[in-house]
Design a protein around this ligand. Structure first.
Ligand code: HEM
Length: 132
């Protein structure tokens, strides 16, 4: 019998939670990204965690709580995301992985998530050369 496990099942919620928590530790230290998250970081962490759970094939709690389709492009319009911010976001995420040594154990997951659509459409501002 060939049972296909979802990415969510293969990674497990505890690992995913740890990844998101480490990701936000990185965000807190980033001078460009940190000011974009003025609200409750714990709530933001929960939202990203629930989104990833759903995106990776787990329960759809994110959509139940956030009213249907994630509409991430629309939700990100509030924030000035240029190429630099996108690169910083990816760096935070990949650092979080490295800390967990996931690059070794979950290489296919890493490849998958780095290719996900939101990263490419999240840029909504031209490059800011003179950031004040
Ligand atoms: C490209 C760089 C990105 C930047 C700078 C960025 C920044 C932000 C910021 C400032 C928020 C608001 C925090 C909150 O209160 O929830 C947010 C929310 C969120 N982001 Fe991103 N983000 C980026 C890419 C992504 C990507 C690639 C994903 C998907 C994997 C993602 C998923 C989310 C989710 C699920 C939320 C919560 C939306 C909600 O339910 O309100 N973001 N992001």
């Amino acid at each position: 019998m060939n049972i296909q496990l979802t990415y969510y099942q293969r990674i497990g919620s505890e690992n995913l939670q740890e990844l998101v928590s480490r990701f936000y530790e990185e965000i807190k230290q980033d001078e460009v990204l940190k000011p974009m998250y003025p609200g409750d970081l714990e709530a933001a962490e929960r939202r990203l965690y629930l989104f990833l759970v759903q995106y990776l094939g787990g329960p759809a709690t994110y959509s139940e709580r956030r009213g249907g389709h994630p509409r991430l492009r629309m939700r990100h319009q509030l924030f000035p995301i240029d190429q630099d911010a996108r690169d910083r976001w990816l760096k935070c995420m990949s650092t979080a992985w490295k800390i967990r040594l996931w690059m070794m154990n979950h290489a296919s997951f890493c490849g998958h998530i780095l290719s996900i659509q939101p990263i490419f459409y999240a840029i909504n501002r031209p490059a800011i050369s003179n950031r004040l």
